[in-house]
Every structure is written in C-alpha cells, then in structure tokens.
Design a binder for this molecule. Structure first.
Ligand code: MN
Length: 228
C-alpha cells in the first residue's frame, strides 16, 4: 500500500442505471458548437469547421439532482448534452472502430457562466472560469450500450419550469460520436473512464435559483435538476 502525504482525493463515481456498480471518471472532454442551429445562435458559421474541445474536471460531474447557482455570475446558462462514457481508449482510433470503445450514454448539462465565458472569449483567453466550475455538469445515470445500443437519432429536449427551451435531434450533431472519439484520440490518449459531452442543440438560455430543469433524450429517459 503506497503511503500518500495527504489524503488521496476521492474517485469520481457515476451511477449506472439498474445496478449498484459505479462508473469511475478519468477525464471530461466537451465539444463546442456541435449543432448547426446552436452555432448560429452563438454568432458562428455552422459550416463544418474542424471540431474544438474544452475540458471540465471529473469532479465537476454531479449526479445529486441539484445544481447550486454558482458565484460570480448573473447569467448562468443550461446546455443539454448527450454524454458518452468510454470503457477503453487508445491513440488514433479509426472512426469505424470508435464505438467499440463506448461503455454507455447518459444525459448531462454543460452548465455555463455565460457572462464570464463571454469576457474570456473577447480577450482570447481560456474558458475554464466559465465552464469548469464546481458542480457545473449535472449528469444522469449511465445507460449501457448493452441496454440502449448507440443512440444516434432521437429527440433531445430541455424544459425549464415545464416550458421547452431546448430541442433538437441527435441526428443534427455536426460531428458524430465515432468522429469525436477518433478526432480526440489523434490529440490525446483516450482511456477507460473518459467522458465526452457531445454538444448542445439550440435554445440555450439562463436559469435562476428555484428553476427546475427537466432533460430528456429518446431512449435514455429523463432527469430532473433543481437550481438551488
Ligand atoms: Mn456545451
């Protein structure tokens, strides 16, 4: 047993639907502007430029069902996203082998301090302060590939206080799940435990304390997250 000089940080463990077993998280990659209509609403050309990614921290993932409104922002936005959990990794994974690396899928929210992100963008600075804050990625239970296959079409929706704010279809993703895995593996060594947030459809917008977010994806059920 290795002696550590401080207490070893707790592993980040996510729930899996239908079992008490947990999924341990290694890294979290998030793609930007992966639905054309969302790219347009953010002021960008939806043409298929190379994808770009940013990262959240593993312990930003949160499956408690609560989202504490973060400090230092008055414009916190929801971004409903499909999350992809990897059971294997590698370098330079071919697109046609990429799905073999997927363990399962979950609902997730890429919560964003939009005002802080916008200020960073203007200055050409990194986005972490807007994206990678505490509990910034609510996530639902993981559905295994064995139980749901590889969802590549179907409605993705977010309601805030029962009103639909975001809606789209997984088939509108500019970069598909196998392409994202392959692309990431050209730049990073992927490993089991890595998580990819697959981008958000149009309709992002602000939430306030007391709001209730309900996200659903066809075939993956729904999750409710309370803004506290
Ligand atoms: Mn996002």
């Amino acid at each position: 047993m290795t002696h550590t000089v401080i207490e070893t940080p707790a592993p980040v463990l996510l729930p899996i639907a239908g079992t008490d077993a947990k999924f341990p998280v290694r890294r979290v990659y998030c793609i930007g502007r992966n639905y054309a209509a969302h790219a347009v609403e953010m002021g960008h050309d939806p043409d298929r430029e190379p994808p770009f990614f940013f990262q959240k921290n593993p312990n930003n993932l949160d499956s408690t069902g609560d989202f504490p409104y973060p400090k230092h922002s008055s414009d916190v936005h929801h971004e409903a996203e499909l999350a992809v959990m990897l059971k294997a990794g590698g370098d330079d994974i071919p697109i046609d082998k990429a799905l073999e690396h997927v363990y399962g899928y979950a609902l997730s929210l890429d919560m964003t301090r939009r005002d802080l992100q916008g200020a960073q963008k203007k200055m050409g600075r990194p986005w972490e302060i807007g994206k990678a804050f505490e509990r910034s990625a609510p996530v639902g239970p993981i559905h295994t590939v064995d139980s749901v296959g590889h969802p590549d079409q179907g409605r993705i929706e977010l309601k805030v206080n029962k009103k639909v704010t975001q809606e789209g279809d997984l088939n509108q993703m500019i970069w598909k799940v196998p392409e994202m895995i392959s692309y990431l593996s050209e730049y990073f060594t992927l490993e089991a435990g890595d998580v990819i947030l697959a981008g958000t459809p149009a309709g992002v917008g602000p939430v306030q304390r007391g709001d209730v977010m309900e996200m659903s994806v066809d075939g993956l059920g729904s999750m409710t997250v309370n803004v506290t």
